[in-house]
Ligand binder design. Structure first.
Ligand code: GLN
Length: 285
């Protein structure tokens, strides 16, 4: 079958679930990943064919997409801050908002001459996206990353290797940690922050496929991770240290209050590209 004909059929079958643009982008993502062909190749060689075996593979991906399994899990990869990351159902798929948090951290280091040798800790690293993007962009920084899930850390470790950076991964439950035992210049975290009461807003593809361990917190203690991490940061940040968080968009002012009550200075709240309160920064002095 001609690839072009298959493409039309593929897009048509997905359009009740996804819009045409998204269905088309899935087609080209798979084309690149599975056939190593780009859109331009298909335009230049409109008679390219799929073999029977290839159609079997494509049809099975099509069926999974119809069940709303995220394309990133189906392909086993995604990109974040210009880098490739392996992902599976044990890690959250890196979000564009989180790239903005990385950008903010990098921006905070630009004017600092000494930033080259800083020590960074990422808590709840998941796929390793924040830690690895920082390690890649701050030469000589020593980067550490904690996660409670060994399965997540296995992926994060692979991602550090494939991106050629060195990150020290530690399997640890942050809620049971009394002291980090080392000092850091930057502590960053994108912990679970979605309340059960927000479950209705969460898209089906996220709810049914992504790890709930990385997403949800109890309605009556939504800031549990932030309180614990801010407490540890008070003990384990250097005098010029900075604490960065990705946050729940509905809890911006609660987060600012929490950080100020815990004695953080220069507390800032930032919105993401969608205009939602999404991240905070605070310093020790
Ligand atoms: N931003 C993620 C979502 O929308 C949640 C990430 C988190 O809980 N840390 O699903």
């Amino acid at each position: 079958m001609k690839i072009k004909e298959y493409r039309n059929q593929f897009i048509q079958e997905l359009t009740p679930i996804y819009d045409a643009g998204e269905s088309e982008s899935f087609f080209y993502l798979i084309l690149e990943e599975k056939q190593k062909l780009k859109r331009i190749d298909l335009a230049l060689q409109p008679d390219l064919l799929f073999s029977e075996e290839e159609i079997v593979v494509w049809n099975s991906i099509l069926e999974e997409l119809k069940k709303e399994i995220p394309i990133q899990y189906l392909l086993g990869k995604t990109s974040f801050y210009g880098l490739d990351f392996e992902v599976n159902e044990n890690v959250l798929i890196p979000r564009p908002e989180t790239q903005e948090l990385v950008e903010w951290i990098l921006e905070s280091q630009k004017s600092k001459v000494e930033s080259q040798n800083i020590r960074i800790l990422d808590i709840g690293t998941g796929s390793g996206c924040i830690a690895i993007a920082l390690a890649k962009n701050i030469p000589n920084a020593q980067v550490f990353a904690i996660d409670v899930s060994e399965k997540a850390l296995a992926i994060a470790q692979k991602n550090a290797v494939s991106n050629k950076v060195s990150v020290t991964f530690i399997c640890q439950n942050i809620l049971e940690t009394e002291d980090l035992l080392q000092q850091f210049d930057i502590i960053v975290s994108n912990p679970p922050y979605v309340r059960n009461l927000e479950k209705e807003e969460i898209k089906k593809n996220v709810l049914d496929n992504e790890p709930h361990l990385a997403l949800f917190v109890a309605d009556n203690d939504a800031l549990i991770f932030y309180k614990k991490i801010a407490e540890l940061a008070q003990k384990n940040l250097t005098a010029n240290g900075l604490l960065f968080f990705e946050i729940n968009q509905y809890l911006g002012s609660e987060m600012v209050d929490l950080l100020e009550k815990m004695n953080f200075k220069n507390v800032e709240l930032r919105k993401d590209i969608y205009g939602n309160d999404r991240m905070t920064k605070g310093s020790v002095q």
